[in-house]
Design a protein around this ligand. Structure first.
Ligand code: SAH
Length: 346
């Protein structure tokens, strides 16, 4: 049974080489198997055609490959594809492929469920079951890359960690997955095409800066007023805006990377002039971009998208303060694949 055997992809290349030496084989065999596991993303030992049958059987006896399985795939009328992905222990996460004219983006999950309790997000209702392993994150990207080639005749170009979960609460595994995604031994993608989105865990933002990561950072802000933010994102009571701001200043000083803020404007919650003013105050310390995201209703109507006048007010006030603004339309709404809609409904 798979529970006794070790997941072979938990081994580093060096450990795999050492394993083969211990088995009386050449270290080089480890390199070959490693290539099958990562670059070629083999699902089974029997796929490893340049490895002898005896060696494959030996591997079979020691290890499992806990590859994810795309359980159901849904296609939206706008081209968006949503995968419900089954993990080796039967749990399910979702990932999304978002095609545009110039890019195809994978939106991947980092946890099963989420421990944060954002009032407007469907994933929050699932509660956190567990962290994803690096290979489970990697596999989502590989699956979407394949679908991108199949449906759109081009490889995946970008990755956003905006699926289920809070990536900075599974930091080590997310970093390991990104290492593999960007490595020539994996998918060789540029870190500049990867965005990690966080609700804002100050300590981890500082750690990321110290670690010298090269991917981009997005912060789901939604309000720059503590009272308002705590009412919609309760963990803000633990990590208040002043701590977040301090961590972001640290991040900018170290990385010189522009910060992107994700921001939904809701009717009667954050649609007043004072809300925009607070946002400007919050982000003007560094070059910033604000993505005004369309709200994707998840519930009984407690939250409503703000009026277009409110959005226009945000846009013009931010632009007048030299803050880049984009207004983002949702994708894949008809299949519950849009931001905040991932809730394993299928
Ligand atoms: N926990 C991370 C990663 C999830 S990203 C984070 O918070 O950044 C998902 C993005 O979608 C976040 O910016 C989140 O605030 C936003 N979001 C959540 N629910 C939403 C909804 N119903 N409509 C639009 N955006 C939503």
């Amino acid at each position: 049974m798979s529970t006794q055997k070790k997941d072979i992809r938990a081994l580093t290349k060096e450990q795999l080489r050492a394993f083969f030496v211990k088995q009386g084989d050449k270290a080089f065999r480890g390199d070959q198997v490693y290539e099958w596991l990562w670059q070629k993303s083999a699902h089974k030992f029997e796929d490893m055609t340049n490895i002898s049958l005896a060696t494959r059987t030996m591997l079979e006896n020691h290890f499992v490959i806990n590859h994810i399985k795309v359980d159901t795939l849904q296609r939206s009328s706008d081209g968006t594809v949503k995968n419900a992905v089954r993990l080796h222990d039967g749990l399910i996460v979702e990932s999304v492929l978002i095609p545009t004219k110039s890019r195809t983006t994978a939106c991947v999950s980092s946890q099963v469920g989420c421990s944060l309790d954002c009032k407007f997000c469907a994933t929050a209702r699932l509660k956190r079951m567990r962290n994803l392993n690096p290979d489970e994150i990697y596999d989502q990207v590989v699956a979407i890359d394949k679908e991108s080639r199949l449906y759109f005749n081009r490889p995946l170009s970008n990755i956003v960690f905006m699926g289920m979960g809070e990536p900075l609460m599974n930091y080590n595994n997310v970093i390991k997955a990104i290492d593999k995604i960007t490595s020539p031994e994996g998918l060789a993608m540029s870190p500049k095409r990867i965005v990690v989105s966080t609700s804002g865990v100050p300590k981890m933002i500082k750690k990321m800066a110290d670690d010298g990561v090269r991917f981009k950072l997005a912060v789901s802000l939604h309000s720059a007023i503590d009272e308002v933010r705590t009412s919609i994102m309760p963990f803000n009571a633990t990590f208040p805006l002043s701590d977040l701001r301090e961590a972001l200043e640290y991040w900018y000083k170290k990385t010189k990377n522009r910060i992107t803020y994700e921001y939904v404007v809701w009717d009667g919650i954050n649609d007043k002039k004072k809300d925009v003013e607070a946002l400007i105050q919050f982000c003007k310390f560094a070059p910033s971009k604000v993505n005004l995201i369309e709200y994707n209703p998840i519930d009984d109507g407690e939250f409503q998208q703000a009026s277009s006048e409110a959005i226009d007010m945000y846009t013009s006030m931010l632009e007048a303060n030299n803050i880049t603004v984009t207004v983002r339309r949702s994708r894949g709404k008809d299949i519950d694949a849009a931001c905040g809609q991932l809730a394993n409904k299928t």
